[in-house]
Design a protein around this ligand. Structure first.
Ligand code: ADE
Length: 241
């Protein structure tokens, strides 16, 4: 398969998180991306740059969007193989810490790296490999100009936050908790493809209200904010390039 060069490729877990961006950019579904895997892609132009959005697709049996690091690894591999993008952006929703100043609906950019919080191996060397600590594209100027907050983004495969994960997240000083970014960043690092994250907050992980209820209540609003800030990020990046 001949890779088709794309300038910026978004990797998004859930269709609901991607819909706004697809619609605002008038992207068209890319049938050439179709494979035996559930991932799907949309493509189009913004400011003369070629933009793609790749989603994980649905689980065959449960008919639900695939979330988590396995699906993100596969989608990112397929996206890089097919599009050879100049830049990858892991976009979606996330949890955040109220005590770090986050609010529901805030949009964060990742800086200075992305980590895993649920790969515990207490053996020197393996412990650090478990954390991953993948560096990300320098977003500091963009964040400052667009008025976006930045944080270390941490990924794991659960929506909840058991004590052991919380301890790790606090030790890593991570401010954004989600389920895909580290996997996306790992595949990007293998391909030397620059990557960063844009994450909109659906829930505060350090309040009493159950995370899954906050997530369901705030998803629509968070996705609206994600889409609005993503357009500003794209304008910033494509003006600079
Ligand atoms: N996605 C949205 N909120 C999340 C949370 N609290 N943990 C993991 N993934 C999330």
């Amino acid at each position: 398969m001949t890779p088709q060069k794309v300038d910026i490729c978004f990797i998004v877990a859930m269709r609901a998180e991607a819909n706004g961006i697809i619609k605002e950019l008038s992207l068209k579904e890319d049938e050439t991306f179709a494979s035996s895997y559930p991932a799907r892609a949309w493509k189009g132009k913004f400011n003369k740059k070629c933009i793609a959005v790749v989603i994980n697709g649905q689980d065959n049996r449960h008919k639900l969007d695939l979330i988590g690091t396995q699906a993100a690894t596969l989608s990112t591999h397929l996206a890089i193989t097919h599009y050879n993008p100049g830049l990858v952006i892991s976009a979606g929703t996330a949890g955040a810490f109220k005590e770090m100043g986050a609010n529901i609906g805030d949009v964060f950019l990742s800086w200075p790296y992305v980590v895993y919080h649920d790969r515990r191996v207490e053996i020197p060397g393996w412990d650090e490999m478990g954390i991953g600590r993948y560096p990300v594209f320098d977003v500091r100027e963009m964040a400052q100009q667009l008025g976006l907050k930045t944080a270390i983004v941490t990924s794991g495969n659960s929506l909840d936050m058991p004590e052991t994960d919380e301890k790790t997240i606090r030790k890593l000083n991570a401010g954004i908790k989600e389920m895909e970014a580290a996997a996306v960043a790992w595949v990007c690092s293998l391909n030397r493809t620059p990557v960063f994250c844009i994450k909109s907050v659906t829930d505060l992980v350090d309040v009493d209200h159950p995370t899954h209820q906050q997530f369901q209540t705030n998803l629509k609003m968070a996705v609206t904010n994600l889409c609005a800030e993503t357009l500003k990020v794209l304008a910033f990046l494509t003006d600079k390039q």
